[in-house]
Design a protein around this ligand. Structure first.
Ligand code: ATP
Ligand code: FE2
Length: 327
């Protein structure tokens, strides 16, 4: 079965094509909206970007996959969670293609797609996933019939911590990679609020404290301290979730998975508890259409279909609300 997957939850508009019979991702085209320097992303502007790019991305996805539109068997799209204006673009295109090609439609959960694509592109079979991006920070695993969130941020996502700090400090966006580079030259650890609350984390106190230090402490030292504090918190909670569920695999996903220091800390933790650690190829770590196609295929095989009347977007769709019929 040839599945086309559409991703449009936030910055990225992506279309991927997956051949489920061969278990092969045939293409993964995408384009990211970049807001002007110093300004956060306005959902309306991102959605306009998605409308502008969609024809080009669809063409690119089909050409790379060497597939004609008519050969597609199923249309999958990110139904949530995400920004309403952005999600609506993907959902509209999916409905249109489904009607035009007379093929079934399936709306999938974005967060679970991150995990399922990791199971297709790495040897992981039943992992815990640390999903860290600009819009999400969650620790997810399948346990007793559904995907459960074992820990999450109580306020801002970790990628957002880096992005907003960078903006406050007048650094270029996105902040994560810039802070990673600066942190390499950091020498002094400046204590920041280490906020692990049960299995959850909180980053807003770190953001306030670190922002107050701008101009008073070396930016390299603040960056180093930001990374050490935020990543230690995440790895602590992830390790506890692994112990609780008795999982022996960890997958890192989301844009922040690019970070070498976070990878190193996850790797050390996994080695110490004799677990295996996987990071999917980066194009499948950040937001992409291929992961939506993969989850669409898996759910379709289990008999799931989204009727047109049920295809409304779900901006706040939680991971643990998804009915998992495919495992
Ligand atoms: P989602 O919709 O899943 O929340 P997103 O829109 O935030 O995703 P991603 O590409 O998954 O998009 O993630 C972008 C985030 O990743 C930004 O916050 C960025 O600062 C962060 N990031 C990118 N590279 C690095 C890095 N090397 N170190 C730390 N953070 C990084
Ligand atoms: Fe994502």
């Amino acid at each position: 079965m040839i599945v086309l997957g559409i991703e449009s939850t936030a910055h990225t508009f992506g279309i991927g094509i997956y051949d489920s019979k061969k278990n092969k991702i045939l293409s993964n085209a995408k384009h990211m909206f970049k807001p002007p320097l110093g300004i956060g992303m306005l959902p309306r502007e991102a959605s306009e970007h998605h409308y502008k790019e969609c024809d080009k991305i669809l063409k690119q996805a089909l050409e790379t996959a060497k597939i004609k539109k008519e050969e597609i068997d199923l249309i999958a799209f990110s139904q949530g969670p995400g920004l309403g204006a952005c999600l609506r673009v993907g959902a509209s295109i999916a409905r249109f293609l489904s009607l035009e090609l007379k093929k079934p439609l399936i709306g999938v959960n974005h967060c679970i797609a991150h995990l399922e694509v990791a199971k297709v592109t790495t040897p992981a079979k039943d992992p815990i996933m640390l999903y860290v991006s600009g819009g999400n920070t969650q620790i997810i695993a399948f346990d007793e019939g559904k995907y459960r969130v074992f820990g999450e941020t109580q306020d801002i996502p970790v990628g957002n911590l880096f992005d907003v700090f960078a903006r406050n400090a007048g650094l270029p966006m996105p902040g994560g990679p810039v802070i990673e580079k600066l942190a390499l030259k950091g020498r002094e650890y400046i204590p920041l609020p280490y906020a692990v609350k049960g299995m959850d984390v909180s980053f807003s106190g770190i953001l306030t404290t670190a922002s107050k230090m701008i101009g008073k402490k070396k930016i390299e030292d603040i960056s180093y301290s930001l990374q050490e504090t935020a990543y230690s918190m995440l790895v602590e909670v992830t390790e506890r979730a692994m112990a609780h569920c008795n999982k022996k695999e960890l997958v890192l996903a989301g844009g922040v998975a690019a970070n070498k220091r976070l990878r190193q800390m996850c790797d050390t933790m996994c080695k110490e508890r004799e677990a295996r650690f996987f990071v999917p190829e980066f194009q499948y770590c950040c937001d992409n259409g291929a992961m939506i196609a993969v989850l669409g295929a898996i759910e379709h095989e289990a008999g799931v279909e989204t009727k047109l009347k049920d295809s409304r977007i779900k901006t706040k769709w939680r991971t643990d609300e998804v009915k998992v019929s495919w495992i």
